[in-house]
Write a protein of this length. Structure first.
Ligand code: ZN
Length: 160
């Protein structure tokens, strides 16, 4: 396993669309291992392959209840709405309120190639949305909450 370099800020690769994984070979398994190590070292809760410069549809997430490895993930259901502070390892030193669904269901392959269903609520739903957005070249700064939405969820005291 190895820690890989995280692409940041204006690196143009972050705006590119990642390609589907058609064969889960040793390269993809090594990529998964390295992504997990890179995420933990950076103290993040999720990482997409594009963030380490690989345009494949692979993400890893750990919101504190164990590592999840998702290959070719897609959101199949969204419900509710949340407005919370979000950050990104590719945009160091910044964070802001975003609007996300409160719960999502995600379909993805695991490293054995088996299709699995995942459910996320709260932080885990945000992590799924955030990392899957990366696969489509979308950053959290594209989903920022406006002032009215922040007030609706958090009241005025958060804005003083
Ligand atoms: Zn990110």
């Amino acid at each position: 396993m190895a820690v890989r370099n995280i692409r940041i800020n204006d690196d143009p690769i972050l705006r590119k669309k990642s390609r589907e994984v058609t064969e889960i070979d040793d390269r993809i398994k090594t990529l998964l291992d390295d992504m997990a190590e890179t995420m933990y070292k950076a103290e993040g809760v999720g990482l997409a392959a594009v963030q380490v410069g690989v345009l494949r549809r692979v993400i890893v997430i750990d919101v504190g209840d164990g590592l999840m490895e998702l290959i070719n993930p897609e959101i199949t259901e969204k419900d509710g709405k949340q407005c919370e502070i979000e950050g990104c390892l590719s945009i160091p030193g910044n964070s802001a309120y975003t609007i996300r669904p409160f719960t999502v269901k995600v379909r993805a392959q695991n490293r054995e190639g088996k299709w699995c269903m995942y459910k996320g609520e709260g932080l885990k739903a945000r992590a799924f949305c955030h990392e899957i957005d990366h696969l489509n070249g979308i950053l959290y700064t594209d989903n920022l909450a406006n002032e009215d939405e922040i007030n609706e969820f958090h009241g005025n005291e958060d804005n003083k």
